[in-house]
Design a protein around this ligand. Structure first.
Ligand code: GLU
Length: 879
């Protein structure tokens, strides 16, 4: 929106405000403590809509308070009363609602709130939320219609107990067996222990009542615990299901029925959705609609309140909270009028009987794969009416090759998560005993193609093969070839050997061989780990710099006149001068600085001080970098794995033994491979038959307890890694293949199965099934560790700059030292009236006389002694 538009809107807004002020508008206030931005938008939109039909417009004032802070809410309300408001639209927290309600009662100010469990029948408060007893009636009617004989009633907190009480009282003695469990008692939003109890109980019928804040998490955790499946049915007694993102539950086939007070398709609702800044997407609205019941009821409360201003004439008066005696004489009349008024809102008919919402309708909706679909209504007067839309029966083939009503024997082989035994406290029989990805796939195919099936479990874990030269078949393949089963399903890999004996459908899952091994462990501590922060080059250059700088100190010390000192300060005219920067002292000074300790040696000349400063700077940066990186290096666990890929395994690196399932396609892959590494591995497995396992589970067990890696199919690895936290996959896939459903050679219905499989694949059902059986059921124990950032040694690219600064600084110091020295020689030559070159030579001799740390100011035999009659102040020359 550009500036011009904003300005126009602002002018229009101010114009409207002024108009309403002059036309004597009625101000109403909103105190908001949750979803502030959304609630304010709803409030403003509702007033705008109401004002379109009003002579005396509504004006608004809004304030935000912390959730549950009733004191702050009270203060804000007093401010509003001082302004003069004709009604207060309340906060969401129960404490604040109760507090403001009693105060508004005393001041006779109409107060509107929609808290589920606040009885407004004896107060000026107007609550448009359905009464808990109505919700209980609606749930009761639905339970009756569904003929539930026992159920678990999950409720969030004490606020929802009224619903339970009412529900129980609606049944005399003959109602269903109800187990009530409160779910918000757990800390940190962890409801899993309660939900696990539901799973362990025999109840597959559950009623949940709770707020929109906790419901999404309850459903999510219920899915993790494995009770959001087709075997469970839920009635959600909250009116907020449309505001929850149901995308992840759509395909779970769980039966969820709930109520809602408004349809997201209504034009007013859609307008509100756009006002809130969401796209008005028809499809999307079936799955989630951002408008909560609280927002819808706020919108309706304003429309309801607006009805009073159509017929009643009143003007809010300013009131002082501290004045006990003043109240609004019009307040109770407005309240009474509202109790007799009928209005229309988003939630339909708004009508109160004894202060309680009456004569209204709830939509009955059910979760389907396309979102929430209306299946009936619940009327507060007439009760429940279900007119469920029955999806068309699948068009079943009627040609001669149809599978309709055919009875097939489906051979299974146990391997999680493809085929497992269903856990139940009841004794199961027949097909009911099994569950898993493969079992569900057959059920879905049967639904699509109309066949009946009986599961037979294959006795051993041998999926079998067929040898076309010897004509010998084994395992499941044999059962199918010999006609004892029509179909065979488990993690049965399509291989050329098997294809020679049986036919397969198209692959319904793709995979490859990989390595299952234990997760990398923490590396052993190193003796010289203190060296880790810097690379070898940095250490080398540090050594070179240290000696270079020490030498520079020594030389600069010798040439800098300022470093030659009078050793006996009490003698004014010393004959000898001494230099503190001997080689030893220079090294000591550099060491003191490097280790951040200092030393008693203090450079005095400009050049040596310059060099000292730059060396201090250098050591400061280096030590800081070292300390920072040392902490990272010492805490970093640096996990190391003994093997990194299949080559390491083939070489038995770290003594790791390996094997595969003895009778599976993985073993066959190694037998038939012509790759050198795989041939080597095949020989190893031939020589060590004890390393081969009869089932995948045995392989997993060995990985956990021995120094053993298991060659396994990637899908099985994924399944185990998601459940056993110290397992991981090593390296990539060694090959590519797929699982298929086996059938007799030239079985006539193969194309039918293939088509049905393709349809399931294209509609995303197979992918959903995979995520359900692999990553939802029984997972969640392995929390992902936050990735530790790797600690790396610092090299010259990181620290080269500081070395460069040292080099430049040292060069400047050297240049200073040299210039200083030349001036000193020049001054000395002038004083003693000798030639500059002679003096230079003489001084140079002194400088390079490294063994001598003292110099005689004017020794006999020196060129200066010729002019010794001149009185020379050595200090003067030195400076
Ligand atoms: N899926 C394999 C088969 O069909 C069994 C597991 C394996 O060999 O790793 O034989």
């Amino acid at each position: 929106m550009n500036l011009k538009n904003i300005l126009i809107q602002l002018i229009v807004f101010i114009g409207l405000e002024l108009k309403s002020v002059f036309s004597g508008g009625i101000r109403i206030g909103l105190i908001c403590d949750r979803n502030v931005a959304e609630m304010q938008t709803v409030f403003e939109t509702a007033i705008e809509v109401a004002n379109a039909n009003l002579e005396v417009p509504l004006l608004f004032t809004e304030s935000e308070v912390p959730f549950g802070d009733s004191y702050e809410a009270y203060k804000v309300m007093c401010d509003m009363l001082m302004m003069g408001v004709g009604g207060i639209f309340g906060p969401s927290s129960k404490n604040s609602v109760l507090h403001l309600m009693s105060f508004c009662d005393a001041k006779e100010i109409p107060f509107m709130s929609s808290y589920i469990d606040v009885d407004s029948s004896k107060s000026v408060m107007i609550n448009l939320h359905p009464h808990p007893s109505d919700i209980a009636r609606a749930i009761h009617d639905l339970i009756e219609a569904y003929e539930w004989t026992s159920l678990t009633f999950l409720y969030e907190s004490g606020d929802y107990l009224n619903i339970l009480n009412e529900l129980i009282s609606l049944y005399d003695s003959g109602g269903p067996y109800i187990t009530a469990r409160r779910y918000d008692l757990q800390l940190n939003l962890n409801y899993k222990s309660i939900l696990r109890r539901v799973r362990k109980s025999d109840d597959s019928y559950v009623v949940i009542v709770g707020s929109v804040e906790t419901l999404p998490e309850v459903l999510r955790q219920a899915q993790q615990v494995g009770i959001i499946t087709e075997d469970y049915s839920y009635i959600i007694g909250s009116m907020d299901m449309q505001a929850i993102d149901l995308e992840e539950f759509k395909y779970s086939e769980v039966n969820i029925t709930t109520f809602r007070m408004f349809s997201p398709q209504q034009p007013e609702v859609r307008k509100l959705i756009t006002e809130l800044g969401y796209p008005d997407d028809d499809e999307e609205r079936n799955i989630t609609c951002p408008i909560t019941i609280e927002m819808a009821l706020l919108y309706d409360a304003i429309q309801f309140y607006a009805e009073t201003t159509k017929t009643m004439r009143f003007k809010p008066v300013a009131m002082n909270c501290s004045d006990k005696n003043n109240y609004w004489d019009k307040g109770s009349s407005i309240g009474n009028y509202l109790r007799l008024t009928v209005a229309q809102g988003l939630t339909g008919n708004i009508y109160l009987e004894n202060g309680v919402r009456s004569h209204y309708n709830l939509e009955l909706v059910e979760l389907t794969s396309t979102g929430l679909q209306k299946i009936g209504d619940w009327d507060s007067d007439k009760g429940l009416s279900i007119n469920r839309f029955t999806p068309e029966e699948p068009i079943l083939e009627s040609d001669s090759l149809s599978l309709v009503n055919k009875s097939l024997i489906v051979l299974l082989a146990m391997n999680a998560p493809h085929v497992t035994l269903k856990q139940s406290t009841m004794k199961l029989s027949g097909n009911n005993r099994y569950e898993g990805f493969g079992v569900e796939l057959i059920q879905r195919l049967a639904e699509k193609l109309g066949f009946n099936f009986t599961f037979h479990m294959h006795k051993d874990g041998n999926y079998g093969s067929f040898n076309s030269t010897s004509n010998i078949s084994t395992g499941m393949v044999r059962e199918i070839m010999e006609g004892r089963a029509d179909l065979g399903i488990t993690d049965l890999t399509i291989t050329s050997e098997r294809e020679a004996g049986v036919d397969f459908t198209i692959p319904f899952m793709n995979l490859g061989i990989s390595i299952l091994y234990q997760k990398p462990r923490k590396a052993d501590p190193k003796l010289f780990s203190f060296m880790d922060p810097f690379s070898g080059k940095v250490w080398l250059w540090l050594g070179i710099s240290f000696f270079g700088v020490s030498l520079a100190f020594f030389i600069l010390g010798r040439i800098a006149p300022g470093e030659w000192d009078n050793p006996y300060p009490c003698i004014e005219e010393p004959e000898e001068l001494e230099n503190q920067l001997s080689m030893g002292n220079s090294i000591w000074f550099a060491t003191g600085a490097l280790l951040q300790q200092g030393s008693e040696i203090a450079p005095k000349a400009l050049s040596t001080r310059l060099l000292a400063s730059i060396w201090w700077f250098f050591t400061l940066i280096l030590v800081a970098s070292y300390t920072a990186n040392l902490a990272a290096c010492l805490t970093f666990e640096n996990p190391t794995s003994v093997i990194d890929d299949v080559k390491d395994l083939a070489e038995n690196k770290g003594g790791v033994q390996y094997g595969a399932k003895s009778s599976g396609s993985t073993r066959t892959f190694f037998k038939n491979s012509e790759d050198e590494t795989y041939m080597l591995m095949n020989n190893y497995m031939n020589q060590n038959p004890s390393l081969l396992t009869s089932t995948n589970d045995e392989g997993v067990e060995r990985v956990l307890t021995e120094n053993y890696a298991f060659l396994m199919e990637s899908t099985s690895i994924e399944y185990n890694v998601a459940r056993i936290c110290n397992l991981t996959q090593i390296g990539g896939l060694l090959d590519e293949k797929g699982y298929g459903i086996a059938m007799r050679k030239n079985w006539p219905y193969r194309d039918k199965l293939n088509n049905a499989l393709l349809e399931l694949q294209e509609s995303g059902v197979l992918a959903k099934m995979k995520s359900k059986w692999w990553f939802e059921l029984g997972t969640g124990s392995c929390t992902k560790k936050t990735e530790q950032s790797e600690a790396t040694e610092m090299g010259m690219p990181n620290l080269g700059g500081v070395y460069f600064v040292l080099l430049i600084g040292s060069s400047i110091a050297a240049a200073c030292g040299l210039i200083d020295w030349l001036f000193f020689v020049l001054r000395k030559a002038r004083r003693y009236k000798v030639r500059f070159m002679d003096a230079l030579k003489e001084e140079f001799q002194i400088v390079i006389d490294f063994s001598n740390n003292t110099k005689i100011v004017c020794s006999t035999g020196s060129i200066y002694s010729r002019n010794s009659s001149l009185t020379i102040d050595s200090n003067e020359l030195n400076t």
